[in-house]
Design a protein around this ligand. Structure first.
Ligand SMILES: [Zn+2]
Ligand SMILES: [Zn+2]
Length: 123
């Protein structure tokens, strides 16, 4: 369990990673992101051989006035196969889940939540 004393809401950021050898690409957060729904991290699902964003911590107590959020770790479950045979994707090595080659960051998308408009930055 972890106490976050100064959680600011930040726009979710999505990144596109492309494999340098096969054609696989994934739109994922890449880095751990925390908002009022909990923390999201990109995991490598060993069954589906894909990268997918999963909830890895959920809030168990929120006091917005005090800015206090208690987060508790949960088992990441793949939204495609519904199983938890996965590991947190290591963005430093950026291994492709299909062929194990290096994946490259090709763009960053910042998604405003409620407006449905995407600001796209090509890197
Ligand atoms: Zn690949
Ligand atoms: Zn899966």
């Amino acid at each position: 369990m972890k106490l976050l004393s100064s959680l600011k809401y930040e726009m979710p950021e999505y990144r596109t990673y492309k494999c340098t050898s096969c054609s696989y690409s994934a739109d994922v957060v890449g880095f751990k992101q925390t908002d009022f729904n909990g923390s999201y991290e990109t995991v490598n699902c060993k069954k589906c051989k894909i990268l997918i964003d999963c909830l890895t911590e959920e809030p168990i107590a929120i006091d917005e006035f005090e800015g206090i959020y208690l987060l508790s770790p949960i088992l990441p479950v793949c939204l495609v196969c519904n199983e938890s045979d996965n590991e947190i994707w290591d963005v430093q090595t950026s291994k492709c889940p299909k062929c194990n080659s290096k994946m490259e960051l090709t763009r960053l998308i910042i998604k405003p939540n409620d407006f449905g408009m995407d600001e796209i930055k090509i890197i």
